[in-house]
Design a protein around this ligand. Sequence first.
Ligand SMILES: Nc1ncnc2c1ncn2[C@@H]1O[C@H](COP(=O)(O)OP(=O)(O)OP(=O)(O)O)[C@@H](O)[C@H]1O
Ligand SMILES: [Mg+2]
Length: 223
Amino acid sequence: MSIITLHGINKIYGQGDIAVHALKDIDLELQQGVFYSIIGKSGSGKSTLLHILGALDQPTSGQMILEGRNVYEATADEQALLRRRRIGFVFQSYNLLPEHSVLENILLPSHLDGIEPDGSHLQEIVEVLEIGDKLRAFPDELSGGQAQRVAIARALITKPAILLADEPTGNLDEVAGREVLRLLKEFQTRLGQTTVLVTHDLDIARLADVIIEIQDGSIKSIS
Ligand SMILES: Nc1ncnc2c1ncn2[C@@H]1O[C@H](COP(=O)(O)OP(=O)(O)OP(=O)(O)O)[C@@H](O)[C@H]1O
Ligand SMILES: [Mg+2]
């Protein structure tokens, strides 16, 4: 089943002489429960594409259908709600709130919507990520690998339909990076969310079911 479809997506940053055509007529269909990687050189448009898939940014033209809804026909408030409830993000720089404990960071997305988090879901996530003994700690007391695992917990707490990760191992050493990738795969199997991982490393990209290669803002291959 298709979860996200992009039709004719273009993204142009800036205007006139300085305009950058970052995405060119992208058509893409992502299926439910599949692990995708997006690979391509620096500047090829990977992050731009991921931001559009996550409704963090709007394209210059084109349409996106998320779970049967035309996203750009929704109001800004509806789009924000879709983003918070249906999409999880993991970034290279963990983006944890330093003034809040690990547990508060994880629960933040639910609290924003006034939703009582599902206790058994929280427990499962915390157990798999092995962060149960860190729930009262603060972000600056964590290693990079631990901080990224907390960011993954925060992304998954709302049971998103799609998990988007932009170079999530970029700041980690090889061992911690491999562990984060293993966990992303494990959650994709356990929870069944569609996962999209951006990387410029082909060895990492090969962990995915499907590799989407982008070059100069266009899809070069899907394999
Ligand atoms: N906010 C912005 N304003 C202007 N140009 C931008 C902006 N963001 C990205 N670009 C340009 O769009 C193109 C695609 O950028 P993007 O960040 O999507 O590349 P990327 O594939 O993620 O690269 P990297 O591997 O270095 O992260 C680049 O030419 C970049 O300079
Ligand atoms: Mg990028």
